[in-house]
Ligand binder design. Structure first.
Ligand code: ZN
Length: 340
């Protein structure tokens, strides 16, 4: 067996030294060292070797294998050196030409801002939760204090699915779902896609992104809500932003507010994003309505809370001064590549 191994080694040395190119070398590598290679085949005879001889034979096998491996490596190096040397001699080869630049992807600005928002809220002790995009009427409307005949349903044109299901029109169903899952006090955010059956234009899309926030505790106040909103917006825009709070009606909060941010695209002078008003509605917010707490299984005499629904797509547009919401889901890679 040792003789066979030595013979193989001599044969391999000659073949490797004579390999004309990388492809031939690769073939030899597989032929000797591969799973069905010649050396591997010899190894299968180990079981017939007398136990006393096995250590010596094993040692020779390792030596031969190592020798063949390094012969291949040496030959590979010299072939490569020869190839480069030949290129340098070639008068048509220009080593100063730039090489091909690999295409590098970029995170979508919505992803970047979502991650940023998550980071800000996690630092404030909020859980990050994820809820279904396909909802029931109960979670999307009824449990949020929007019964079947409520006019607020008209404000949210809905994509209805079969079997009474729908595409969630806001991230608010997460309020009920989280109240059902976690014992208070707790605080959580739930970012995600929402859907409206809307005519699309520069500021409306049928699919956009929201982040819902909910904090449930005893004795929650509006001051608490405003503080959290200011912390978030300051962190997102990395500067002081001008906001205003208007009373707003939303069935699931009482009292409810509309938080507006001064338009960051035009600086307040008026543009298509702010519909020439200088202000952009950024989020509805307020104290959780007692009925909603009840639907979530909590006693409104004991627990209170605040909630907000942040328009993430609008926030992204403000932050990066994007003038048309349709760019966000437009699928144009040239758009996304700008946010590398
Ligand atoms: Zn504007």
């Amino acid at each position: 067996m040792i003789d066979r191994l030595e013979a193989l080694r001599a044969e391999a040395d000659a073949a490797i030294a004579g390999a004309p190119d990388e492809a031939a070398l690769r073939e030899l590598e597989v032929g000797y060292l591969g799973k069905k290679g010649a050396i591997t085949e010899v190894l299968k005879g180990m079981k017939d070797v007398a136990p006393a001889d096995r250590p010596r034979v094993g040692q020779v096998v390792n030596e031969v294998r190592g020798a063949v491996e390094s012969a291949i490596a040496r030959r590979r190096e010299s072939l490569e050196a020869a190839r480069i040397a030949a290129l340098c001699e070639d008068p048509t080869f220009d080593a100063t030409l730039p090489g091909p630049v690999p295409r590098v992807g970029a995170l979508h600005p919505v992803t970047q801002v979502t991650w940023h928002v998550e980071e800000v809220f996690r630092a404030m002790g909020f859980m990050l939760l994820d809820y279904p995009e396909v909802e029931t009427d109960w979670y999307n409307f009824q449990a949020l204090n929007i019964p079947a005949d409520h006019p607020a349903r008209d404000m949210q044109d809905t994509f209805w699915l079969e079997g009474g299901h729908l595409l969630r029109t806001h991230t608010s169903p997460g309020q009920i779902r989280s109240m059902q899952s976690f014992a208070p006090p707790f605080r959580a955010i739930f970012p995600g896609r929402v859907f409206r059956y809307e005519r699309i234009d520069a500021s409306h899309e049928h699919t956009f992104h929201q982040v819902e926030g909910l904090m449930i505790d005893r004795d929650i106040s509006v001051a608490n809500l405003i503080h959290s909103m200011k912390t978030l917006l300051g962190a997102i825009f990395e500067r002081e932003v001008t906001v205003r709070l208007r009373p707003g009606y939303f069935p699931f909060v009482e009292p409810g507010f509309e938080l507006d941010i001064q338009c960051q695209v035009c600086g307040g002078s008026g543009c298509s994003v702010c519909k020439h008003s200088g202000w952009v509605e950024l989020l509805p917010c307020g104290l959780v309505h007692p009925n909603v707490l009840r639907f979530g299984g909590l006693d409104p005499d004991e627990w209170s809370g605040w909630a907000f629904g942040l328009g993430l797509s609008r926030l992204v547009m403000m932050k990066y001064q994007i003038e048309d919401i349709r760019h966000l889901a437009g699928g144009d890679l040239r758009f996304v590549a700008q946010f590398r």
